[in-house]
Design a protein around this ligand. Sequence first.
Ligand SMILES: [Zn+2]
Length: 350
Amino acid sequence: MQKDIERIAGDAEGTTYEFPVFRFEGTDKAAPRAYLQAALHAGELPGVVAIDALMPMLAEAEAEGRIRGAITVVPWANPIGRAQYHFGEHQGRFNLGTRTNFNRSFPLLAAPDARLLPDVSLGGADRRLKNRLVQLSLGNDIVLDLHCDDEGLAYLYIHTSLWPHMADCAAAMGVDTVVLWSEDNSGTFEGASIMPYQNVPSSVARFDRRVATTVEYRGMLDVDGALAASDAGLYCLLVTRGVIQDSSVSKASNFTGAVVPLENIDMMPSPKAGAILYDVKPGDRVEKGDRLATIVHAPGEPGGRTEVFAPQSGFILTRRSRRIIRAGEDLLKLAGDQRSDDARSGTLED
Ligand SMILES: [Zn+2]
C-alpha cells in the first residue's frame, strides 16, 4: 500500500488543504478497479470508520497477493469542510465561503476524460478539490461515495442505467433500500461518476461491470464499532466484483431490500416552525393518512399543535436528527409505494 498526500491550494496565501490517498496495486491489469471515498460532507463519519475497519482487510489481502484490481481509498475526501467550525459547531455540508454544497457543482463531463475538466486555477479551493476528486475517480470501474443521512436506514442511490446490474453490490453491502434516480443537473459526485458514461460507446461505458453509488450509511450518530465492522461489507462487494480474491467470502447475488424510484420519495415539509414530536422512525411502515408527526409551535395554546399525515402508503426512509424545525423544512423522507405529488420529488438529496 502506498500513502500519498494530496494538496489543494487555499484561496489565500499561506493556506493549503491536505488529504491522504491510499493506493493498493492490483496484480491483474484486466481486473476491475475500485475507488472509495468518505466524508465528502465532512461531518458524515460512518463511512470513515467503515474504511478504518476495511483497511486491515485490504492490507491482509495485499500481503497474500489477493488484490487483483487496483484500489484507491480516500477516507477524508474534504479537508476544507473538515476544518470548518462556525460558532463552535462543525459545518461540513456547505462551503462557508460560497454557501455551495460540497456534494454539488461537480463538473459533469461528456466523456470519462480528465482533459475535459474545467480550468479551476481561479475557481476557488472547493472547485479545485472537486476537480481533483473526479480526476482520482475517473478510470475506475467501481466508485463508492460514502455518506450518511440525518437519521436513516442504510440505502444506496443508484442511476437507472446501472440497475439491476448492481443488485449484487446492494446485497453485498447489506443495505436496506435502493433509491433509483435518472437525472442530475446539480452535479453530485455520483452524477460526475456516471454521467460521463451515458453517451460513450458501450465498450467504454462497460455497464456490465460499472458501479457508481452514493452510499447512505444510516444517520449522523451511527458512528459505531459494530456498525463499522458490518459496513466493511464493502469488502464483500470488492470480492463479488472480482477486485479481490477471497474464497472464504461467498459472493452476493440477490438483493432482497426495497427498490424505490426517486420520484416516489415524499419529503414532507413542515407546515409550522416548532418542536417535532415524531410518531414514526426509519424503517416503519405507514399507511396513507397515518400521523407522521406533530409540530408544537405554540405550546399550551389552543391550536398550538399541527399534525402531519402520510400522503400515501410506504415506509420511512429517514427523519431529522434535531427536533427544531422551520416552516417549509423537511420532516422526513417517506419512500412511497407510488409516485409522489410533491413537485420537488425526483431530485437527489444526499
Ligand atoms: Zn452527505
